[in-house]
Design a protein around this ligand. Structure first.
Ligand SMILES: [Zn+2]
Length: 90
C-alpha cells in the first residue's frame, strides 16, 4: 500500500482527499490517514464514536463489520472521485 491509497478501501485516492482520525480527536487520537470523502462518511455511518475509540485504528477489525464489508465490495470498482450521498441508518 502506497501513500496514495485510501486507508479504508485501499483504492487510489482521487482529487478530493480527507484526513480521517482512526482514533477520534475527542479520544485524544492524533494520527490521521488519507481517505476518500465517501469512505470517511461511511466509517461514521457504520460505527459510533465509542466504537471508533475502542478499535477505530484496527482496520482488520473494522472490515469484519458486515455493513462496512458490503460497502467495500460495492465501492471496489468505482472511480477514485466517485461520491454519493450516504444515508444515516441510525
Ligand atoms: Zn476509500
Amino acid at each position: 500500500m502506497t501513500e496514495e491509497a485510501c486507508w479504508l478501501c485501499e483504492r487510489p485516492l482521487g482529487r478530493r482527499v480527507q484526513q480521517h482520525h482512526p482514533v477520534p480527536k475527542s479520544k485524544k487520537g492524533r494520527e490521521t490517514v488519507p481517505v476518500h470523502p465517501i469512505c470517511h462518511k461511511t466509517v461514521y455511518k457504520v460505527f459510533t464514536n465509542a466504537e471508533l475509540a475502542r478499535f477505530g485504528d484496527d482496520r482488520a477489525r473494522l472490515i469484519e463489520n458486515e455493513e462496512l464489508a458490503k460497502f467495500l465490495r460495492w465501492i471496489a470498482d468505482k472511480p477514485p472521485d466517485f461520491n454519493a450521498p450516504v444515508r444515516r441508518s441510525r
